[in-house]
Design a protein around this ligand. Structure first.
Ligand code: ARG
Length: 507
């Protein structure tokens, strides 16, 4: 899997260099002499796993590499520490471990957090994952009390917690980006209330609309995305600690207080489900896939629109690229790449569904595969949204070209038929008469509004001089004033409502 830049940055925190191994070996020899001749240091012995008690030998290094998730779950360090602090405070409060030791653990965890953020911590592949890396560092720093952190907890409920905390924040980050995109769409729509363009079905010119109406269609798609993300977060926001490995724990943990402290709406209701549920990850991947699908549709249109054949928009030079061979080229790469990246987000969704398919209860190691997939989907969407918003905010709209396209292609033919209906012709007959007029215009290379009144009358004696006004593009648009339609007044109202909705979300 190709890792994002951020993830590659993370990878540098992990020691895999031979030099580090030599340093570790020297440290361990030195430590051995101190232990034997001075006193026993209660730290984790090198190469020894935190779960190593029942094992006769060290893990094969190939298995360490294979099994380890620290290369990608290291990005959960903040959530892991936040969860551990809430857990240990509760352990202290409930009298499960001494309060002074709980406080020492909390203080040290905060120091570890600061050290990680200042780049002073190197995670280790043979400590497997972020959970054991941090616990190991804690024990190395404070010895025996550090060994009490994991009381009443398993990595299974711990990872279920961490990933919820992490994705919960990322949902909010993505929602903010969607809100920025929505504002951009509202502004573009406001600016283009009078920009007439052809609306399409089957990619054939159909009826005149405005560019504002077109942009607002995307506004409403992204509004549903915002709603879907909020809904996804609601189901995600349940606190799993206390579920243990699978069957809860005998310690009298106060699950509710941990949930409150970490800002969860509730606690999970079944320990087996809590440790093996990744529905929320799949749901998020599905929300992200739908966002990308929307972006890909918009991208596709903008790619078409920036071609010479359409010429409806021109991407700003800062959002286009040239060709290494064809000097005249200006390519809409950003839109194309967004369209292309849709594939990898769909890929993550299918990965997640397949990882979870047929998994027996409860936790299985397969589930470690959830992280790279959802991280990549989150990273990709976060990369696409801001650049897409800026791209559409800087593109030039070619109003004349749009108007010209709406004037050709007989987009006002339906309005001409409706005009005949108003004059008493049944719709089916009006449709047929108008069809004949269109065929006549095609043969005579003219548009409907270029026909003379005599020409009209040859098809129907109901046509009067008011026909020209009735089939003008502006009238065709403004006549469609039902709620949801393209009339300027109607769209102006939906833009105003849009601002209200987006403002209330930003509060
Ligand atoms: N790194 C593991 C994961 O991401 C954490 C849980 C490991 N649990 C276990 N029983 N091995 O799923």
């Amino acid at each position: 899997m190709v890792r994002s830049l951020e993830m590659r940055g993370w990878m540098q925190l992990i020691s895999a260099k031979p030099f580090a191994k030599v340093v570790a070996a020297v440290k361990s020899i030195f430590g051995f002499f101190i232990k034997v001749f001075i006193y026993r240091i209660p730290e984790v012995q090198p190469g020894m796993k935190l779960w190593g008690g029942r094992f006769s030998k060290n893990t094969d290094s190939a298995v360490d590499d294979f099994n380890s998730s620290i290369g990608f779950d290291c990005r959960l360090y903040r959530q892991d520490i936040e969860g551990s602090i809430a857990h240990v405070r509760m352990l202290g409060k409930c009298g499960i471990i001494p309060v002074d030791e709980a406080e020492l653990i909390e203080r040290t965890l905060k120091e570890i957090l600061a050290d990680i953020e200042n780049g002073k911590v190197q995670f280790e592949v043979d400590a497997e994952d972020i959970h054991m890396n941090i616990e190991k560092i804690l024990i190395e720093r404070i010895g025996e009390p550090g060994k009490k952190l994991h009381t009443g907890r398993s990595r299974n409920d711990q990872v279920a917690l961490d990933i919820r905390l992490y994705l919960r924040d990322e949902i909010e980050n993505i929602r903010k980006m969607l809100i920025d995109l929505e504002r951009m769409l509202l502004r573009l729509s406001e600016d283009n209330l009078d920009t007439i363009m052809p609306g399409y079905t089957h990619l054939q010119r159909a009826q005149p609309i405005t560019a504002a109406h077109h942009f607002m269609a995307y506004f409403h798609m992204f509004l549903r995305d915002l709603d879907r993300l909020a809904d996804c977060k609601k189901r995600m926001n349940k606190m799993p600690l206390g579920s243990g490995a699978l069957a809860g724990t005998t310690y009298p943990l106060d699950r509710k207080s941990v949930a409150d402290e970490l800002g969860f709406d509730d606690i999970t209701a079944n320990s087996l489900d809590a440790v093996s549920d990744r529905d929320f990850v799949i749901e998020l991947a599905s929300c992200l896939s739908i966002i990308m699908m929307h972006l890909s549709r918009f991208s596709e249109e903008l790619i078409l629109w920036s071609s010479h054949e359409f010429g409806f928009v021109e991407m700003d030079d800062a959002y286009s690229t040239g060709s290494s061979i064809m000097p005249q080229k200006k390519n809409p790469d950003v839109a194309e790449l967004v369209r292309g990246k849709t594939g990898r987000v769909y890929g993550s969704l299918v990965t997640l569904l397949t990882v979870m398919k047929a998994l027996p209860l409860a936790y299985n190691k397969d589930m470690q595969e959830d992280k790279e997939a959802i991280f990549d989907a989150v990273d990709t969407v976060k990369m696409c949204l801001p650049v897409f918003a800026k791209m559409i905010g800087t593109m030039k709209i070619n109003r004349d070209k749009m108007y010209e396209a709406a004037s050709g292609g007989f987009t006002n033919a339906t309005d001409l038929a409706d005009y005949l209906v108003k004059k008493g012709v049944p719709f089916r007959s009006a449709h047929e008469i108008t069809g004949k007029m269109v065929a006549y215009c095609i043969n005579n290379k003219k548009s409907l509004e270029q026909m003379t009144i005599e020409e009209f009358m040859a098809f129907s004696d109901r046509v009067g001089p008011d026909v020209y006004e009735e089939i003008s593009l502006q009238k065709c648009v403004d006549g469609r004033r039902l709620p949801g339609g393209p009339a300027r007044e109607t769209v102006r109202k939906t833009i105003e409502e849009g601002y209200k909705i987006i403002d209330s979300m930003s509060r």
